[in-house]
Design a protein around this ligand. Sequence first.
Ligand SMILES: Cc1cc2nc3c(=O)[nH]c(=O)nc-3n(C[C@H](O)[C@H](O)[C@H](O)COP(=O)(O)OP(=O)(O)OC[C@H]3O[C@@H](n4cnc5c(N)ncnc54)[C@H](O)[C@@H]3O)c2cc1C
Length: 473
Amino acid sequence: MSITATAKPLHSGDIDFLKNLVGDKYVFTDEASLIQYSHDETEHLSYLPNVVVKPGTTEEIAAIMKYCNAHIIPVTPRGGGTGLSGGALPHLGGVLLSTERLNKIIEIDERNLQVITEPGVITEILQEAVKEKGLFYPPDPSSKGSCFIGGNIAENSGGPKAVKYGVVKDYVLNLQLVLPTGEIIWTGANVLKNSTGYNLTQLVVGSEGTLGIVTKIVLKLIPLPKYDLLMLVPFANLEKASEAVSSIFRAGFVPSALELVEIDALKIVSTMVDSHAVPVNDAIAAHLIIEVDGNNQEVLMNEMEAISELLMQYDAGEIFFADDAQQKAELWKLRRRAAEAVKSNGYTIEEDTVVPRAELPKLIKAVKQLGAEHGFHAVCYGHAGDGNLHIRINHPTIKNSYGNEEMTTILRKLFEIVHGLGGIISGEHGIGLIQKSYMDIVFDAVSLNIMRNIKKAFDPNNILNPGKIFDLN
Ligand SMILES: Cc1cc2nc3c(=O)[nH]c(=O)nc-3n(C[C@H](O)[C@H](O)[C@H](O)COP(=O)(O)OP(=O)(O)OC[C@H]3O[C@@H](n4cnc5c(N)ncnc54)[C@H](O)[C@@H]3O)c2cc1C
């Protein structure tokens, strides 16, 4: 067992060190602050840190890491705290390091179509700032109003636009990183191509705060498309809706978003936000939300028409076209708030499966079958165009999967099905704390050992976010 950083009370000398370094007003040990930072959006899990620290500079973070490495104190980095796999949970106590004060967009480089930013900038704020210059940063997790760019890097986040534009990894050019041992490095260069040595930048993307703390980020931007069109397509049959998804791509279309939302999720979110924008009658099983974007409106209209005709072969119902910005915003609000709505209605356990797109119907069928066998209700929604299905489970008695033997057995069955379909257990939410015991389903021992050795190379004392992604023993 080589987990060395364990829950232990910090000494008053540790707190004094932190206060001297970042200032008294940025170090918190009061109960309310510890509780506030004890949870993210994962299930109903909560672990108290010993102290919450809010450094304001890269150098302060480097000094904190050097100190914690020397004194073997666990450090959990945190962005906006919207994570769904428990990456920001301080499950071993220690220092909770919030990046919220590193919240400046340093430069929007219009000559090179790049932005340099600190990690604590809210994703939507960055998107709006570059949009004002006619530029586009596409990754748009549904949590974009509260998650941070740094958290997005750590999770390799996606969102609805990923189907056409890719995920965070496709936009990250270079990162400033504070290593667990306190050194500061840059992982690459601010260039569009780079075959120079191992790709440390991409290794850090998606590493869930286990290899270093990201303190500056260089992102690629693209020109903002001028127009987008949005439609909502009802289906009486859930499997038909999921079959229709892959047919759209086979026919040669690449929508800028292709989302599936099962009717139960839409009913719950419509009630929560008091919206009547979407029909939710009992004859409907699911909706597809389809967006196309580009610079020629006529081309987009023809594309929408052709997609609509194709969908008729899959028994689509009456299609609703969002006419103006307000209708589009209303539809997106319903989709984006689905997760929050179903969670508050008892669907606390969330899975983030991905299968090859054409296998979606089989996955959905298997989910419903598992629910019937094990006495839970599941709703499915998500980025169907990517084959990325979020499965929300409402079990009458089990509300957390983590640490629950019965739910762990059920989820192992689910993930074995996913793996059998050629899929993977997380597409964008990460492994964190709650999915680590399923890593052996998708990786063999040799691959897992390589990952553990990479972790050791960055973090020999295992003090940075220990026990996330995998145990080190
Ligand atoms: C309602 C809702 C909808 C969501 N929709 C989507 C979606 O559509 N697509 C999607 O991909 N995700 C989605 N998510 C998940 C979540 O928002 C993303 O994973 C997001 O990227 C987390 O960012 P955060 O700033 O909140 O990170 P946190 O939750 O604070 O942290 C996440 C991980 O990043 C690490 N971390 C944070 N900052 C840094 C840093 N500077 N350096 C190193 N490590 C760091 C933490 O240690 C942790 O492991 C959704 C979540 C919610 C609650």
